[in-house]
Design a protein around this ligand. Structure first.
Ligand SMILES: NC(=O)c1ccc[n+]([C@@H]2O[C@H](COP(=O)([O-])OP(=O)(O)OC[C@H]3O[C@@H](n4cnc5c(N)ncnc54)[C@H](OP(=O)(O)O)[C@@H]3O)[C@@H](O)[C@H]2O)c1
Length: 281
């Protein structure tokens, strides 16, 4: 059995980093809470009794969701309207919740957008926006809130990457590269924070039915094959619950197989395969 600094035995439930984190009364901050996976994260966390801070640009949607969660689950819901493509967005969100007297126990770094098409055909403003939201804001928020959680001795961060992080994807090159950054950064952060009481899960969703395509991204495969957001989010929250928190979480066998196998294939033929699959759409 593990021992505390004073030499007393420590049970698994009280050992730093492996106690339950998704418990009633804690605060979760969810970016991209106005639709898709983010809205579902907020709903499932509120149903477990956590208070939620909701971040995105569409104020109306956030207010509507906040009102519903307050009514349905008797939790507090705080809205932070922020454009995460602004350079100082992470600091602004951190300051906004501090000013509201909220100590964030759980951070869901979910906001993200995609590109579709070749690099040379993509609007450079779209590339900048994507990198700011998917990479810069996620990194800044992780850093700021992880420091608070380490000081508190507990917390959880879920960083939403993608199965697209497993291999470079021609015709969505910027998006897949941004998600490879998230997956790399997030797993390294998890190990840096081991023993602090803060767990970090790198989530790799596959094709999921959300508004991602309407917002300019690409969801591969036929709509009938897309996973339901509620099932995907439930899988990722289960990963956070586990005593031995996995570094990386996927939903379903197909996504798990892709995440494990794609990086192991000989690179050039694998890239050709992905290129054909992406071009066919
Ligand atoms: N759906 C899939 O198949 C899939 C697969 C793998 C990974 N993912 C990842 O899952 C995450 C959630 O995506 P989703 O599928 O749920 O798509 P979605 O329905 O389009 O939701 C995206 C969310 O991100 C927010 N967002 C986008 N740009 C923002 C900005 N500049 N500032 C603040 N918030 C911003 C949007 O809010 P506002 O527009 O209100 O700002 C929205 O709430 C993303 O990171 C995505 O890359 C999705």
């Amino acid at each position: 059995m593990a021992r505390s600094d004073q030499g007393a035995p420590v049970s698994p439930a009280t050992r730093p980093g492996i106690g339950p984190v998704l418990t009633p009364g804690r605060w979760a901050l969810i970016t991209g809470a106005s639709s898709g996976l983010g809205s579902e994260f907020a709903t499932q966390l509120a149903s477990r009794g956590l208070h939620v801070a909701l971040v995105a640009r569409r104020a109306g949607r956030l207010e509507e969701l906040a009102a519903r969660l307050r009514a349905d689950h008797k939790v507090d819901a705080h809205v932070v309207v922020e454009d995460l493509s602004r350079r100082d967005a992470a600091a602004a969100v951190h300051a906004a919740v501090k000013d509201a007297g909220i100590a964030v126990d759980v951070l869901i770094n979910n906001a993200g957008l995609g590109t579709s098409g070749d690099v040379i055909d993509t609007d450079p403003a779209r590339i900048d926006e994507l990198l700011q939201v998917n990479v810069t804001a996620l990194t800044g928020l992780s850093r700021l809130f992880a420091a608070d959680m380490v000081a508190a001795g507990a917390g959880a961060i879920v960083n939403i990457a993608s199965v697209a992080a497993a291999i470079p994807a021609p015709h969505m090159a910027v998006y897949s590269a941004s998600k490879a950054f998230v997956a790399s950064f997030s797993q390294a952060l998890a190990v840096e924070l081991e023993g602090t009481g803060v767990r970090v899960v790198t989530a790799l969703p596959g094709a999921t039915a959300t508004e991602f395509a309407e917002a300019g991204g690409r969801i591969p495969g036929p709509a009938s094959m897309h996973a339901r957001a509620e099932d995907v989010v439930a899988s990722f929250l289960t990963a956070v619950d586990q005593l031995r928190t996995p570094l990386v979480a996927t939903h379903g066998r197909a996504d798990a197989a892709m995440a494990a196998l794609l990086p192991k294939l000989p690179r050039r033929p694998a890239l050709r395969l992905i290129e054909r699959a992406m071009r066919a759409r």
